[in-house]
Design a binder for this molecule. Structure first.
Ligand code: SAM
Ligand code: SF4
Length: 453
């Protein structure tokens, strides 16, 4: 999955400064973009209630951890972070420690025993619970979209060049390895009008790029009265003035309809980038993963996308070392990646998650072998990305400038490739055409060749 930080852009029209209550909060986030979006909303809520964000947990009156349990490694990091806060809590018992995110759902009793120094556990999206550590939150409207500063205060997170907008929560699939449906529940889509209103407010505060989010983002709308569908939503959001780039993730191959691909190809703002996790290249492994499609079906979706949008880039997710995955089956995944030539692959080693179907099966690919398979695909993908990027040398791409990194401007092409360049002008949040002068497997370097827009 794509990871990025949101870099503030000056607000178009800031309302009067909010009264501050002299207290500070710190948020630590791990996991997917949905968690990042939730953290931005928590930050906005607390700021609206008078709190100030701090990047230093030592200074904070409230420390919030937003957790992930998709893999054991993520869960271990959260536990480590929680344990490290014990010292802070001993030194300053008045500090409130809060845990939210996927680790919390249905686990509160166990967690309370394991981490007695945590003051509040709350389920993702049950933001009202915050008032138990920040009483001022109870005076706010339940509907965050009515809070003007959410859209106009850069420090709130969402008022930046790029913003994440969740459009569907939960997941109706039951992939045999995945814990998400147990923690995020069944799919619930937000009405089109609510999403469009939110995007309009983001646009009026200076946001130029919106990424629509969901665990199965392209299942959007099937649970709404007139079943609008993602293609219709893309058309509605594309019409919002000021939004120059529109993305969506993560898509499930089964729902990647011709209709959505046509909408992508035809709409001005929708970027030519498809994030379509395949997970494995062997049909028997896919069947045991309960993915509900075959290797050829996934390839067909990619091929149609490229046929309609020759510039389209593709990202995917792969799990290596799934229970029972033989060397021959692993080589099928290797072969699929060689054939598909994706621009980005998120590789993961299988991690059994308690409560899921595959956790009942023997985790029989030894750790060393999982590491080897991971390394093999990493090497393959590095070669493919270096070849793909080498072909970009001398070409010119439109870049949306997200901010500065190591003394240079940095942004992304419509295909989501990172591109860095030098320029003395203030280009934050601007569109600039940049000609590629140097390439690497991971990013491009270039020279600006147009006036900023
Ligand atoms: N909904 C998306 C899909 O259908 O592919 C993915 C959501 S999942 C939270 C993000 C990624 O984590 C998955 O694509 C998968 O590669 C990885 N993942 C999920 N469960 C895993 C597990 N038990 N072990 C290793 N990786 C896992
Ligand atoms: Fe997990 Fe599968 Fe749902 Fe994705 S589609 S969130 S992998 S259960």
């Amino acid at each position: 999955m794509l990871q990025r930080s949101m870099i503030p852009l000056r607000a178009a029209a800031s309302p009067a400064p909010l009264p501050r209550n002299g207290k500070q909060f710190h948020i630590w986030t791990i996991g997917c973009q949905m968690n990042e979006a939730d953290s931005a909303k928590i930050a906005a809520t607390l700021q609206e209630a008078g709190y100030t964000a701090t990047s230093n947990e030592q200074d904070a009156d409230i420390v919030i951890l937003n957790s992930c349990v998709v893999r054991q490694a993520a869960e271990d990091k959260v536990s480590g972070k929680l344990n490290s806060l014990l010292r802070l809590k001993r030194e300053r018992p008045e500090v409130s420690v809060v845990l939210t995110g996927c680790m919390v759902t249905n686990q509160q009793d166990r967690l309370r025993e394991q981490f007695p120094h945590v003051d509040l556990f709350f389920d993702p999206s049950d933001f009202a619970q915050l008032e138990r550590v920040a009483p001022e939150v109870s005076d706010l409207s339940d509907d965050l979209s009515e809070l003007p500063h959410y859209y106009a205060d850069p420090a709130a997170g969402s008022s930046s060049t790029s913003a994440f907008v969740p459009i569907i929560y939960g997941c109706n699939f039951l992939c045999s390895y995945c814990i998400v449906p147990y923690r995020r529940g069944k799919e619930r889509s937000r009405p089109v009008a609510d999403i469009v209103a939110e995007v309009e407010r983001l646009a009026s505060s200076g946001v130029r790029e919106v990424t629509l989010l969901g665990q199965t983002v392209n299942a959007y709308g099937h649970d709404l009265p007139d079943t609008p569908g993602l293609a219709n939503l893309l058309r509605a959001v594309d019409a919002v003035p000021g939004i120059v780039r529109l993305r969506f993730l993560t898509s499930h191959p089964k729902y990647m309809s011709d209709d959505i691909i046509e909408a992508m190809a035809g709409l001005r703002s929708v970027c030519e980038h498809m994030n379509l996790p395949v997970q494995a290249g062997d049909n028997d492994v896919l069947r045991r993963m309960r993915r509900t499609y075959t290797r050829d079906f996934w390839l067909d979706r990619i091929q149609l996308t490229r046929a309609r949008m020759p510039e389209a880039t593709v990202a995917t997710d792969i799990i290596v070392g799934f229970p029972g995955e033989t060397e021959t089956q692993f080589l099928q995944t290797y072969d699929l990646l060689e054939q598909a030539r994706c621009d980005k692959v998120h590789l993961a080693m299988y991690s059994p998650r308690p409560g899921t179907l595959s956790a009942r099966w023997q985790d029989d690919v030894p750790p060393d072998e999982k590491h080897r398979r991971h390394r093999e695909l990493e090497k393959l993908q590095e070669r493919i990305q270096s070849e793909i990027n080498a072909e970009r040398l001398g070409k010119t791409y439109e870049v949306l400038v997200e901010g500065r990194s190591k003394g240079r401007w940095t942004g992304r092409t419509r295909g989501n490739t990172l591109l860095h360049f030098d320029d003395d002008r203030d280009l934050q949040g601007r569109l600039v055409d940049v000609t590629v002068t140097r390439t690497s497997p991971w990013f491009l370097m270039g020279e600006p060749v147009s006036a900023p827009r």
